[in-house]
Design a protein around this ligand. Sequence first.
Ligand code: PGA
Length: 266
Amino acid sequence: MTATPDRRPMIGTSWKMNITVSGAAAWLAAARPLLEPLTAERDLFVLPSFPAIHVARTALAGSAIGWGGQDLHQDDAGAHTGDISGSMLADLGCRYAEIGHSERRRDHGETDAIVGAKVRAALRWDLTPIVCVGERDAGAVEPAWAMVEAQLEGALGGLGPTELERVVVAYEPVWAIGEGAAAADPSHVAALHVAIDAWLTARGAAIPRVLYGGSVDERNAAQLLACDGVGGLFVGRAALDPRRFAAIAATPIAGSPRVTTLERSA
Ligand code: PGA
């Protein structure tokens, strides 16, 4: 990708079920001075655990760094013990809501229909949905795309161009996520990103934003950002250290080698 005024790179992290409220204050205090200078050219965001969102609101106030939730309920209020609504996230100044991460699909049985309902809830509250999609098993491009396309259709199929324009898609191959995994290779990443971009564009999203997630670190960030169709990065465990996240967020983009081949991965 290249950094153009209408397509700023977006780099963010979800802490998942890591970092306590006290730890969040320390993380944010260390990260803010490193991240703030980068916001002139890129959109940065942090998704803490729910109890720590108010800490992010205080620590990031007055900066352009966004914060948000790792999930939200599809209803706006009511009898849903333990759940968090879009209104609650909006009230905490959240700009983003992550939806449909593979760990939520696995641990909470979230289907594409539920993901779609949550996307609509986020949009109702003016939150930017970050919708996670990705195939379960490592392999060739075609079966991966078949699964991702079904996820896109199931969750976003009913949305019109103005709604799709507000959605960020995170392509996160499940097999590339977490301890012991490695990021997908650039040719696979480019093939899937180009396909997701085309899917969104065909439905009227003028400037689709598709992030790559799955074992992103400071060593592979430049190569992943250089892949066709990659509009940014979504970082998990490497971002638990604020200095490492800042290093990833600062990855140079101009002059990075572009990956244009759409080779099939093995
Ligand atoms: P990881 O997580 O960077 O630890 O692989 C990525 C994600 O789940 O978004």
